[in-house]
Design a protein around this ligand. Structure first.
Ligand code: ADP
Ligand code: MG
Length: 397
């Protein structure tokens, strides 16, 4: 399906292999709070070690604005990675990323060794895709592997620029898996194909809605963005999230669904409260809200309707929680959808989006889904039908 060379197409024995990973993990006080992205990178790393490559890893972490900063150091990742691999990961703690320290660490590598470079964004040129830093990265290696799906939608030195200065550039297993799951679902779905969109804003997902309406049999809308649609239907939505300037767009999308024969489902009832607060009183509300109320989750009738619409689905793509799942009183809609997906017998269920992935994992449904994407922004751009620069840049098959 993916027409790009992968780590299965290369010989790495004795070669220096630079692997761009996505180790952009959430951290609190220097402690990794979710290691999914590190775990997801292991298959490629293990294969390269087993084949006798010299495995040089790089990644960005967070958004350091002014060069090197301790709190954006990849040191905690090196430590955790070393535990997960059961072998030493040499951390090249080099503020220049590819400075003397990093070069020395790479020069000392034996076959099967692993070195992790410092946060690529410690170099300001990284996000500008500048030639100089791209060349420096390329000079460290004989072969380049991009396995950072979560960063594939960005054209940066470590994801795109570097490929101009190496002869061999391929994708890793995680990248291959992400593209194949998302690509098959969107472009070659087993039907019925249902997409569920939620989350906070219509404006974040305009192109996703538009693109998916060309592909799906049913589009389910929940979360904060549903209320701009309800407003477009003529309902009073009180203080619920509203994007005034997207009301016309919502109307257009409803018309497009009708024209394409896509079933577009919107909430018929909601959990509403006067405050954005888990401890405030709340009620089920059908139709119009009072002016001082806001909708924070889909209601029980809507949950049932959505679950029924999912019951015969064979392919499901879900992006965006159905409500403010971070508050227990408003997590029920998201739980109901997760449960409906978990109950599907032979369907492919794919979760894209950072908060959606967090919600599904946090609510205990992680192992019930076919695939949870590691890329928030990247999976959205993919669902918009865009090419990902990090993927385009590597060698074709
Ligand atoms: P993703 O990261 O999966 O793409 P988004 O970032 O678009 O998802 O949206 C996630 C956020 O949307 C969550 O923090 C959630 O609390 C918020 N949200 C969902 N429903 C509502 C609502 N009805 N009102 C306000 N915020 C909401
Ligand atoms: Mg988000």
């Amino acid at each position: 399906m993916l027409n790009k060379k992968t780590v299965d197409d290369i010989q790495v024995k004795g070669k220096r292999v630079l692997v761009r990973c996505d180790f952009n993990v959430p951290m609190k006080d220097g402690v990794i709070t979710d290691e999914n992205r590190i775990v997801a990178a292991l298959p490629t790393i293990k294969k390269l070690i087993a084949d006798g490559g010299k495995v040089i890893l790089c990644s960005h972490l967070g958004k350091p604005k002014n060069g090197p900063e301790e709190k954006f150091s990849l040191a905690p990742v090196a430590k955790r990675l070393s535990e997960l691999l059961g072998q030493e990961v040499v951390f090249a703690d080099d503020d220049n990323v590819v400075g003397e320290k990093a070069k020395a660490a790479v020069a000392a590598m034996k076959d099967g060794d692993v070195v992790l470079l410092q946060n690529t964004r410690f170099r300001k040129e990284e996000t500008k895709n500048g030639e100089e830093f791209s060349k420096e990265l390329a000079s460290l290696c004989d072969i380049y592997v991009n396995d950072a799906f979560g960063a594939a939608h960005r054209a940066h030195c470590s994801t795109v620029g570097v490929t101009q200065f190496v002869d061999t550039a391929v994708v890793g297993y995680l990248m291959e898996k992400e593209i194949n799951f998302l690509g098959n679902a969107v472009n070659n779905p087993v039907r019925p194909f249902v997409a569920i969109l939620g989350g906070s804003k219509v404006s974040d997902k305009i192109n996703v809605i538009n693109n998916l309406l060309n592909k799906v049999d049913t589009l389910i809308i929940g979360g904060g963005m549903a209320y701009t649609f309800m407003k477009a239907q003529g309902y009073e939505i009180g203080k619920s999230l509203l994007e005034e300037d997207k009301i016309d767009y919502a109307k257009e999308m409803m018309a497009k669904a009708e024209e394409k024969g896509v079933k577009l489902l919107l909430p018929v009832d909601n959990m509403v409260s006067k405050e954005f607060n888990n401890d405030a009183p709340f009620r089920v509300c059908e139709g119009n809200l009072e002016p001082d109320e806001m909708a924070l989750d889909i209601g029980p009738k809507t949950q049932k309707m959505y679950a029924e619409a999912l019951a015969d689905a064979k392919t499901v793509v879900w992006n965006g929680p159905m409500g403010v799942f971070e508050m227990s009183n408003f997590a029920k809609g998201t739980i109901a959808i997760a449960q409906a997906l978990a109950d599907l017998k032979d369907a492919t269920t794919i979760i894209g989006g950072g908060d959606s992935a967090a919600a599904v994992n946090q609510l205990g449904f992680g192992d019930k889904m076919t695939h949870i994407s590691t890329g928030g922004g990247a999976s959205l751009e993919f669902l918009e039908g865009k090419d990902l620069p990090g993927v385009v840049a590597v060698n074709d098959k």
